[in-house]
Design a protein around this ligand. Structure first.
Ligand code: PLP
Length: 423
């Protein structure tokens, strides 16, 4: 008996997909299940998830330890509002995160995705100054930044295709040039000399500007930004929504530079890719600015699903899997990537080959930009060959789950090799 329910027909009639022009391209592919590094379509065909399903899947799909932690939690406490109540999964998660996050971070504010983790960080930074009676309304952000799709996060992000329709409603930020190609420290010095007393915070994606083109930048530049903000008492926000939980090698990208931010944003891999959760971590210095007998000094931010116990249970289980074996797996992925990139670098159409931890990236010689059709071509080419890739325009990248084996990675490299051979 076949199931009469036609997913594709209902999808076509009623669903609206993200970043999708429904007037173009192929219909979305129904996925029936997933396990380890693979997705399986309804015919059972395996597809190697070489980008961790938008960078969320950490240890592999349907990891049994995380699945059973969620199931157990679901039978105990599925949810309770987090104002006026607390619970063990949130407390255990906070304690676990704070043990291994950089510096003296000691407070955790939970939300439910990467954009909200950033919104919370910016609201904390702005109100930090307001609670002290200072008016500091400016945020400094990087060129090519991407911090999410809500209005605050869009304001911080590079203006372009993704923000154009909303540009009249975004707040202004001060921009620092791409630290991968410019002397960002020098420009920051100039900004600080002119406007120090107006600046609330500087926000960066440490070491890797992700959606802005997988641009790798240096630990030295990160240290320079940290030194200057610390010296001037300006807050530094590290958005590790993408880079957190080992993607760039160490658990957090800030560790490359041996620095600690005042505010750290986490999401994506935090639950191993099982459930939506955001976390904004900060220091006692910041928390104390909100501590008062005056209600109006409280941080007025919250979500219905703040600290959802199922998401916290998933995050605790995922955190426990970030052990030495996992670190060894990440090193293996990096070694494989380095071998492969040395070969791709010799191809005439490959530009700026780079590897940072488990991330491999390069540009294919073509006009740059998210709408360059080469991205969609490679996506379709790879999918036909059982590999999920989703280039950012002509920027090709791999960002696999940590359970990926050498032979899984070879599959992805083979696809890239074959695609490059056509150019
Ligand atoms: N910050 C960074 C660095 C990201 O890469 C992303 C998403 O790609 C976000 C924030 C937004 O996260 P979300 O898509 O969960 O809202």
């Amino acid at each position: 008996m076949t199931d009469p329910f036609d997913i594709s027909a209902v999808d076509r009639a009623h669903l609206w997909h993200p970043y999708t022009q429904h007037g173009l391209g192929r219909p979305p592919l129904p996925i029936a299940r997933a396990e380890g590094a693979y997705l399986y379509d309804s015919s059972g065909r395996p597809i190697f998830d070489a980008i961790s399903s938008w960078w969320v899947t950490l240890h592999g799909h349907a990891h049994p330890a995380i699945a059973s932690a969620i199931a157990e939690q679901a039978g105990t406490l599925e949810h309770v509002m987090f104002a006026g109540f607390t619970h063990e999964p949130a407390a255990r998660l906070a304690a676990a995160l704070l043990e291994r996050t950089p510096g003296n971070l000691c407070r955790v504010f939970l939300s439910d995705n990467g954009s909200t983790a950033v919104e919370v960080a910016v609201k904390m930074a702005l109100q930090f100054w307001r609670n002290a009676g200072e008016s500091r309304r400016l945020i400094v952000a990087l060129e090519h930044a991407y911090h999410g799709d809500t209005f605050g996060a869009m304001s911080l992000s590079e203006r372009g295709l993704f923000t154009a329709a909303f540009s009249d409603h975004l707040f202004d930020v001060l921009r620092l040039p791409d630290p991968g190609t410019s002397d960002t420290g020098l420009v920051l010095d100039q900004l600080l000399a002119e406007r120090r007393r107006e600046i609330a915070a500087v926000i960066v994606e440490p070491m890797l500007l992700g959606a802005g083109g997988m641009r790798v930048w240096s630990a030295d530049a990160l240290r320079e930004i940290r030194d200057r903000t610390a010296r001037q008492g300006i807050l530094m926000i590290a958005d590790e929504v993408l880079t957190g939980f080992g993607r760039t090698g160490p658990l957090f990208a800030c560790e490359h530079a041996g620095i600690a931010p005042d505010i750290l944003c986490l999401s994506k891999g935090i639950t191993g890719g099982f459930l939506p959760l955001g976390a904004t971590l900060t220091t006692e210095r910041i928390f104390e600015r909100f501590l008062s007998v005056e209600r109006r000094k409280a941080l007025f931010h919250g979500h219905s699903y703040t600290a959802n116990p199922l998401a916290c249970a998933a995050a605790i289980a995922s955190w426990a899997l970030l052990d030495d074996t996992c670190a060894e797996r990440r090193r293996l992925i990096e070694r494989c990537h380095r071998r492969a990139i040395a070969e791709f670098a010799r191809h005439a159409a490959v530009r700026a080959p780079r590897v940072l931890g488990t991330v491999l990236a390069f540009e294919i010689e073509a006009e740059s930009g998210y709408l360059n059709p080469i991205g969609a071509e490679l996506h379709a080419f790879a999918l036909e060959r059982g590999v999920l890739l989703r280039p950012l325009g002509n920027t090709v990248y791999l960002l696999p789950p940590y359970c990926a084996t050498e032979s899984d990675l070879d599959r992805a490299y083979d696809v890239l090799r074959a695609f490059l051979a056509l150019r």
